[in-house]
Design a protein around this ligand. Sequence first.
Ligand code: SAM
Ligand code: DTB
Ligand code: SF4
Length: 327
Amino acid sequence: MNAPQPPSDLSGTSAWRVADIEALFAEPFLDLLYQAQGVHRQHFAGNEVQLSSLLSVKTGGCPEDCAYCPQSAHFDTGVAAGRLLLLEQVLEAARAARAAGATRFCMGAAWRSPRARDMEKLCEMVRAVGALGLETCMTLGMLNRAQALALGEAGLDYYNHNLDTAPEFYGEIISTRTYQDRLDTLREVRAGGIKVCCGGIVGLGETRAQRAAFIAELANLEPYPESVPINQLVQVPGTPLAGIEAVDPFEFVRTIAVARITMPRAMVRLSAGREAMDEALQALCFAAGANSIFYGERLLTTGNPQVEQDRALFERLGLRPQPLASA
Ligand code: SAM
Ligand code: DTB
Ligand code: SF4
């Protein structure tokens, strides 16, 4: 079976056009899944799923106004603003994640961007978590070149910074920064020698054409991200998006499949929103090419399936945790 490729234009450069991606979305569901699983197996062992654990190292009180986010200071969601955790608290969580079987540990902060005075503490966290043998990831908001270089030198493996949705829809979700700000940070992350984790959210009220435009943005990044988290909106009371119509579950699976087909070598993560999905839907996401999950009872401020529940699901589906590449 030939995997679809981005079409080449007359100048010889190839890029995914939104129309090509819309055509993938429009395929019969089973054709799309078959193709996605085929692409997946060309690049990854079947039945292996990476376990990545999350820790909020600085919670709440964020000055940005992302309409989906319980941590924005603009909305009353009951999330209290906290301080940056101490190294020992982070290490305790990282050791517990490793003991539970996670291989990647992602530290998130509710910031527009990190403050200069926190950089050394953040670098210390990267070094210490990396020394446990875990892959390290951070998501701290916008970075400048010096910050990206500092985190890269500390050994940070991945930086998560999501484009979240289509460029033309972005302004309806966030007003305190631009799409270009996000792209600028992604460029700095690469300049710092850090791998990119970049994805977004399905279920913000976007149209299918906008979902296709969002995937096109990711797939046309050069190079495309090594990690692509696909979140389903977790509706949190108090945020402007609470109560919005939920996305059709099969449309969510289609988004995963299209991400897999257009970014064949990326880790595609079935991210936030799993608590609201039954096991059959999660199995369809794996069939569509998702090969990573957030693992552990908490995301940043909201819940995630219990570890025992995920272990039982892996057992029932014959899935194995992905070993570390270097292990
Ligand atoms: N403040 C930093 C930033 O926005 O880049 C880092 C943390 S922020 C919470 C990381 C990502 O979490 C967001 O880009 C968004 O994709 C995701 N996220 C936040 N709230 C969410 C929700 N309610 N449902 C699904 N994903 C969410
Ligand atoms: C990502 O794409 N999803 C994660 C991670 N990157 C940092 C965050 C999900 C947050 C869900 C809402 C919460 O728990 O606050
Ligand atoms: Fe702040 Fe990040 Fe939440 Fe936006 S998504 S409000 S930047 S923590």
